[in-house]
Structures are given as C-alpha cells and as structure tokens.
Design a protein. Structure first.
Length: 133
C-alpha cells in the first residue's frame, strides 16, 4: 500500500536555512525547497527540464528569458526548459521558495547548505538526478 507523502510546504520551506534541499524525487518530478540569503541569488542558469517556483516569503526579482518581474509571497513563476533564468533576493530577509522540476534536476535527497556548495557539487558531477536503468 502506498503511503501519503505530505508536507506543510510553507512551514517546511521556512524552517530550512539551506540554500537547496530536495524533499522528494519521483520518476517524473522533483520537489525542492530553497532559501536565498539577503543579497543572494540562484545564479543565471538554463535547465533541460521545466521548473515551477512558488515564493513562500521574502521579495525578489525573477529574470526569465530576458524579462524581469518582481516576486513576493504567494506568487508563482514558470520557467520552461531551455530558458535562461535567475532569481535574486532584493529584500531585507531571505527569499524562501519551493520549486518543482519535471523531470528531476538534482540528486535525490541532496542538501546544499550554501550556493557555493551547490555550485561545487554540480561542477564535480555530484548533483545528478537519478537515472532510469
């Protein structure tokens, strides 16, 4: 019998100080929470997967495909695969969000305390999503 996977997502995201924490990885999607520190950013990037980001607290800027939009609590931004994007914290508090990747983008269970750690692990090939055998 399958169990119910359940999160009080805003609370779970708010309680994590980690830059990135993978909460759940399925075959087709992945749930990740992120905390972007004051004056921080995710960093300009392009994924081969779709991404949906929902903002829990804080304020920032979404830079997607050359356009910029202010973001805040309760807002959602879609980033289609192949589109250059970045999210920047512009407020006085951490920018907290959760994101869903489809398909998964990061290693199952990955926890990256800082952006620097996340970048190092990605560059070293140690943050790869699970593969089908």
């Amino acid at each position: 019998m399958a169990s119910v996977i359940h999160f009080t997502i805003a609370t779970t995201a708010e309680e994590s100080a980690d830059f990135r924490r993978v909460l759940w990885t399925g075959e087709h999607t992945q749930l990740v929470i992120m905390t972007i520190p004051v004056d921080g950013e995710i960093g300009e990037e392009v994924h081969d997967v779709d991404q949906i980001l929902t903002f829990v607290s804080g304020t920032g800027e979404a830079k997607v495909g050359g356009a910029t939009k202010k973001v805040a609590q309760g807002e959602l931004v879609v980033v289609p695969a192949g589109i250059k994007h970045n999210f920047v914290n512009t407020g006085p508090n951490p920018l907290v969000l959760y994101t869903v990747y489809g398909p998964p983008e990061h290693a199952d269970g990955a926890v990256h305390a800082t952006k620097e750690e996340a970048d190092e692990l990605e560059e070293a090939g140690k943050d790869e999503p699970p593969t089908k055998d």
